[in-house]
Design a binder for this molecule. Sequence first.
Ligand code: IMP
Length: 211
Amino acid sequence: MNKSKLVLATGNPNKIEEIRDILKELPIEVLSKEDVGLKNIDIEEDGNTLEENAIKKARAIANEVEGMVMADDSGLFVDFLGGAPGVHSARYSGENSTDEENNRKLLEELKGVPMEKRGASFKAVMALVTEEGKIITVSGECRGTIAFEARGKEGFGYDPLFIVDGYDKTFAELGEEVKNKISHRAKALDQLKKEITKLLEDDGDADICSK
Ligand code: IMP
């Protein structure tokens, strides 16, 4: 059997590394969009849910390449704000907003809100399009509390404000090594690994049957 290919819709090198690392025991070749010559494909994330966005991105890439395709979308869902910024996390304080601006806006929205009402979840959804065009989605969630001020230097996005449950530290204080074991993305990737393993096993069975 040829080694299966998995093309990632993300252009974020940190995510690509993380995904390669988690899937490294599987007999698949993990490729970025750039690896397959799709550098300039830009897909608008205009869905109402993470799942819609992930599926839209995965389908768009799957139309262009061979092999399996995986796309993800993620965001921060704050209880007190009815789930905002949610699917709009990247552009919470406007188009092209920076992480600092988004964090400032979040702190502003939660001004005067006590610790016990500052619960939030990071969520990640991943959509896999199989070689046969079937869509499989998996998700991961990580609970925490929004801090009163930014803490820590590592990570990106809302990491300096997210105190993860079970730790007294923000993701930005904990750092990548710990975060990548417990994050919403790590949990979704774990599920994805199981789904790809199943697909490869089914494929193996089909190979044996056809001989
Ligand atoms: P995307 O999945 O890369 O489109 O991320 C959407 C947005 O959600 C990011 O720009 C961040 O603002 C936020 N976000 C998603 N995951 C994380 C995380 O692990 N840490 C901090 N912010 C995140």
